[in-house]
Design a protein around this ligand. Structure first.
Ligand SMILES: NC(=O)C1=CN([C@@H]2O[C@H](COP(=O)(O)OP(=O)(O)OC[C@H]3O[C@@H](n4cnc5c(N)ncnc54)[C@H](OP(=O)(O)O)[C@@H]3O)[C@@H](O)[C@H]2O)C=CC1
Ligand SMILES: O=C(CO)[C@H](O)[C@H](O)COP(=O)(O)O
Length: 466
């Protein structure tokens, strides 16, 4: 009998299976396409105690009770179909763990639906890509605490370690794990767009080569901006196309794809009524990039009046670094605010400092800045928006002029800086004592008798404006 089963031998599944095997657990594996299972066994499995199966019944029967089955398949319908296929063979107390990027509301629903069959369910957010899955990912499990306890030792063993602590923690009830993974991906989209905007300014404004941009990214990665995404960005800049020995990045079509987690983050922010414009801008940035044909047409229609830009290279690079720190800070603050709000609204009981701790290693958004963020959160555990803190405001103000400079350069170059501009406006919005929303309230009252409040007396008012 094997300790655990895993279904779905794609990029993540096969690496996670090897990781589990290398941690001395015995494992049964199954994949829809049989050929893939055979190739995995022949080409990847060495000394690990991994057994292949080709039908659900014998796969389930090979597992120690209570059975623990990890699904590592495409999110959405495939997960529901697999649960449906597994159910006839499962017994009271068996456990399904969904390790894919499932929508947290689907996880809430599945946990509820499976109660009728006494089958347990854990929504497990996993981050780290294929390297992380193999060598130690960041793990975000959510569901009943008792359910988590059944697999805690396996998860702690396979997770990445930072300061000898596993990057895995019980996140909270129901779909809390998948909620947190969704927010992780929203932040991921934002950091990626920010770095891409810096790249654009360096190549189009400073006329730097990919190698020079790589050198700059590498330098930043050694400093305050150190992060996994910065690290892979400099490595990408150095990577040459084997066909022509030129930077491969120059030959990659500029249309960004997405699988949906960033979009869900924005939708959720709107549903919760929490502002997260930078996270949404990151999705919009990808969407705009997708309209390549329109962009080509429009780029010839509008005259881009040349501004004589004589950029100070050193100063611009300095400002770019500061502006990326500004953006990254804002992105994390919007994500954590959403996590804190969801924790209250959905009763997930999430500890956001602990979430940040498990994002310190293994995951795609690991960044040096996270230690500082944890420090700020720990100053006031009741504060759901950590931007509302003197250290945060001081940090952002210290980078504001640099961000403004970068935003202006982008406009002079006629190139977008969506994340830079949005993050700056978000910050300006939050530090503005008297906003212009008084006019909007008056407009609403004018056309729809929606009423308004006054600054000089209590109560609800309406005016006959005509
Ligand atoms: N790639 C990444 O960096 C990360 C991915 N994830 C998430 O992990 C999950 C797996 O991703 P990844 O390994 O990259 O995906 P892949 O595309 O590499 O593999 C997809 C897997 O899902 C299986 N599958 C797809 N549709 C069905 C179906 N209808 N029934 C049964 N099996 C099906 C495939 O089987 P078959 O071989 O038969 O096609 C394959 O095993 C996804 O939810 C993804 O979002 C999470 C973190 C990081
Ligand atoms: O979860 C991930 C990383 O954390 C996956 O790589 C995911 O596919 C990334 O999202 P997208 O495909 O939308 O860029």
């Amino acid at each position: 009998m094997n300790d655990i089963g895993l279904i779905g031998l794609g990029v993540m599944g096969e690496n996670l299976a090897l990781n589990i095997g290398r941690n001395n657990y015995s494992l049964s594996v199954l994949n829809r396409t049989i050929e893939k299972t055979k190739m995995f066994m022949e080409q990847k499995v060495r000394d690990e105690n991994i057994m292949p199966f080709y039908d659900i019944k014998s796969f389930v029967e090979s597992l120690e009770r209570p059975r623990k089955i990890i699904l590592m398949v495409k999110s959405g319908e495939p997960v529901d179909n697999l649960i449906h296929e597994l159910l006839p063979y499962l017994e009271n107390g068996d456990l399904i763990i969904d390790g894919g990027n499932s929508y947290f509301k689907d996880t809430d629903r599945r946990i509820e639906e499976l109660k009728a069959s006494n089958v347990l369910y854990l929504g497990l957010g996993i981050s780290g890509g294929e390297y992380g899955a193999l060598n130690g990912p960041s793990l975000m499990p959510g569901g009943l605490l008792e359910t988590y306890k059944l697999v805690e030792d396996i998860l702690l063993n396979i997770a990445a370690k930072v300061d000898s602590k596993p990057c895995c923690t019980y996140v909270g009830d129901d779909g809390a794990g998948h909620f947190v993974k969704m927010i992780h991906n929203g932040i991921e989209y934002g950091i990626m767009l920010g770095i891409s905007e810096a790249y654009n300014i360096m190549r189009k404004g400073l006329m730097l080569s990919s190698k020079e941009i790589g050198d700059t990214f590498k330098k930043w990665n050694d400093g305050e901006l150190g992060s996994y995404l910065m690290e892979i960005s400099y490595k990408i800049m150095y990577h040459e196309d084997e066909n022509n020995n030129r930077p491969l990045v120059d030959f990659i079509l500029d249309k960004a794809e997405q699988k949906g987690t960033g979009k869900w983050t924005s939708i959720t922010a709107l549903e919760l009524g929490i502002p997260a414009p930078s996270l949404t801008a990151a999705v919009d940035g990808r969407l705009i990039s997708h309209f390549k044909e329109e962009r080509i047409k429009l780029s010839n229609v509008f005259e881009k009046k040349k501004v004589n830009l004589s950029l100070d290279k050193e100063k611009t690079i300095y400002d770019l670094e500061k502006s990326l720190l500004f953006n990254q800070f804002i992105l994390f603050s919007q994500g954590i605010w959403l996590i804190n709000e969801a924790s209250n609204v959905y009763n997930y009981n999430i500890d956001s400092a602990e979430v940040l701790r498990i994002w310190k290693g293994g995951c795609i958004i690991r960044a040096k800045m996270i230690n500082f963020l944890i420090e700020i959160i720990n100053e006031d555990r009741e504060n759901i928006n950590f931007l509302n803190n003197k250290k945060s405001v001081d940090f952002l103000l210290g980078k504001f002029n640099s961000t403004k400079h970068i935003s202006n350069i982008a406009k002079d170059l006629y190139i977008p800086a969506l994340i830079h501009n949005t993050s700056m406006d978000y910050f300006l919005g939050l530090i503005e004592e008297n906003s212009a929303a008084n006019l909007m309230q008056a407009q609403r009252d004018y056309f729809g008798a929606h009423t308004y409040e006054r600054v000089d007396s209590e109560g609800i008012f309406h005016t006959e404006w005509e």
